[in-house]
Design a binder for this molecule. Structure first.
Ligand code: FES
Length: 88
């Protein structure tokens, strides 16, 4: 599991291995719009403040991945040992 800190709402959430960041955010009452849930539509894109993202979507280019400024919360996760801070 890993932690996600939601900067604007002030919540820190734990994302278990078998759940998506998107699910955990929505469950906590932080509404992130979503559609495909497969990393292909871009609807759930969320701004990243810090933390290393393990990008698992099919949308971002390698340059965008390296910039680490945004993530698709339906499929992407934190890299091992990292905590994500999101602008949400
Ligand atoms: Fe489509 Fe996340 S819901 S990319």
């Amino acid at each position: 599991s890993f932690e996600v800190v939601c900067n604007l709402s002030g919540l820190t959430l734990t994302v278990p291995e078998d759940r998506s960041v998107l699910d955990i955010l929505n469950e906590a009452g932080i509404e992130v719009p979503c559609s495909c849930q497969q990393g292909i539509c871009g609807t759930c894109e969320t701004r990243v403040v810090s933390g290393e993202v393990d990008h698992r979507d099919s949308i971002l280019s390698s340059v965008e991945r390296a910039a680490n400024e945004t993530m698709m919360t339906c499929v992407s996760r934190a890299k091992a040992g990292s905590r994500l801070i999101l602008d949400i």
